[in-house]
Write a protein that binds this ligand. Structure first.
Ligand SMILES: NC(=O)c1ccc[n+]([C@@H]2O[C@H](COP(=O)([O-])OP(=O)(O)OC[C@H]3O[C@@H](n4cnc5c(N)ncnc54)[C@H](O)[C@@H]3O)[C@@H](O)[C@H]2O)c1
Length: 157
């Protein structure tokens, strides 16, 4: 049986992916630290022998026992509202979390899929967003987890 690790398992997309991958015949290891997710999204899976849950922060070293075929990395706050409330956690999970999971994938010889978001392109110039309109993010945008234009937090001399 193929084994898949799903991070952000208690979140919106992760929990549906857990359901789907179990339906597809995978052994699923769900991992989450419940920063924005809820165990209620996956508690119906706890009775299944094809499902294991790891309460873990992926910004710390990540290890799971046994063979691992796939990693679906969906752990991250997922909207500008969350980014502004949790800027450090957002930056850490995108950088350190992804780094740790890439290391695990390399160690286990697993294939990894990393979820991103169209918010990396910044505020859309037209709605619905078109991929051809390019990026509008700047280092001081909400999407970059900053609340004010850079420099304005410092009092004038
Ligand atoms: N929801 C969408 O429509 C959508 C669209 C495109 C991309 N995405 C991307 O998919 C990913 C998941 O989105 P979502 O809507 O399911 O968000 P969500 O907030 O519902 O789920 C994210 C999950 O990650 C967990 N998490 C956060 N930091 C963690 C950490 N350090 N360690 C372990 N778990 C952690 C949270 O507790 C939560 O359960 C995000 O990267 C998001 O940008 C979402």
């Amino acid at each position: 049986m193929k084994r898949v690790l799903i991070t952000g398992a208690a979140g919106f997309l992760g929990s549906h992916l857990c359901d789907r991958m179990i339906q597809e015949g995978y052994h699923v290891m769900g991992m989450d630290n419940l920063l924005t997710g809820h165990l209620g999204n996956i508690e119906h899976l706890f009775k299944l022998k094809q499902f294991e849950y790891y309460h873990h922060d992926v910004t710390k070293f990540v290890h799971v026992p046994g063979k691992l075929d796939y990693i679906l990395h969906f752990a991250s706050p997922a909207s500008p509202i969350d980014y502004l409330q949790m800027p450090i956690q957002t930056l850490k999970v995108g950088a350190l979390g992804t780094h740790n999971l890439l290391g695990l994938a390399k160690d286990k010889g697993a294939r990894i899929l990393v979820a991103s978001t169209s918010e990396v392109y910044g505020d859309p110039l037209v709605r619905p967003r078109r991929k051809t309109t390019g990026a509008t993010s700047t280092p001081s945008s909400r999407e970059a987890c900053t609340t004010k234009p850079s420099g304005s937090w410092m009092p004038s001399p």
